[in-house]
Design a protein around this ligand. Sequence first.
Ligand code: P1T
Length: 383
Amino acid sequence: MTQSPDFHLETLAVHAGVEPDPLTGAVMTPIYQTSTFAQTDVAQHKGYDYSRSDNPTRTALHGALAALEGGQHALAFASGMAAIDTILRLIKPGDHVLSGNDVYGGTFRLFDKVLSGYGIEFTFANTTDETAVANAIQPNTKLVWLETPTNPMLRLSDIAAMATIAHAAGAWLGVDNTFASPALQNPLALGADFVLHSTTKYIGGHSDVVGGAIILNDTAIYERLKFLQNAVGAVPGPMDCFLTLRGIKTLAIRMAQHCHNAMQIAQFLADHPAVAEVIYPGLESHPQYELAQRQMRGPGGMISFILHGGEAAARLVARDTQLFTLAESLGGVESLIELPAPMTHASVADSPLAIDPGLVRVSVGIENAQDLINDLKGVLNRL
Ligand code: P1T
């Protein structure tokens, strides 16, 4: 497709990166399920030599991801963690990384339990607070890393303000945009240097593939990341790329339904007597409701809440809902429910980032909103 900045998300999601196959005219990019490519002469080939380095199905996915985030370049990875790890390989021993203090448990584990052992210094700060971030910057800070909304507390950071602070210190800003998806927020346009996605979530959208992505504008850094990706090797297979591309086509309409359903469910939860607190960026009670309105095109499909009955009640709700499947992950068409403290964020348990064991996180799917409310109501009414 001829790229045009005038195309809207719905159009980009369907067309970006995907051209009819030059050999057969196949409308959907084929799954080039091959590890290697015939060469016409020694070190002479048609653009591809080995599928760790690149593969045509992956090239199509790169085009789609770059277009969705409005970036010059994209790289797809075998998982979100592999993508984060590759960005962190730009950071050298002795450098400092300032991370948000409310990030996915696996991200914290990578920073705190793996990379800090290689001489990279990490501190964790509240990235919703500009003063706290400015004060935590050090002379050797090379990267500011944040999620917005965060997993699982759904806190928001002002991306433009964070970019200003990071750049004034000569550091990059990396934004994990997994929870918002490119449908709701584009961090590069707000000044971020790297956008990260666990494409396992909203981008893939069907809970059938694990993947990650980095999108950026700087060509020299892209070349370095591409080198690192090939050198390290955490690449997605052609089938994974195909599934992710297929998922992307419906991103815009899925995200609209996620937001619609989540808004109704958040309001239902806020009115239910068993519920002590609802955290959802679309509710005026959210402490950063104004920022959500300004920075995001919708409040998203993730809701966290706390019950008056605490952890025991939370476990019961997570176990007994029927349409909300008790499972880790998020962003798929089906609704999921989990307790972050013992599940997705178990790795922050003994750290200052520990999560309330009574916190319930739901990933609202695209089913009928009233059916989902009835499912929750049936369990909550028993508390
Ligand atoms: O699972 P993987 O594709 O490697 O992505 C890691 C990751 C990165 N960033 C955010 C914000 C994430 O939420 C995740 C993965 N999160 C879950 C599996 C979860 O249930 O929260």
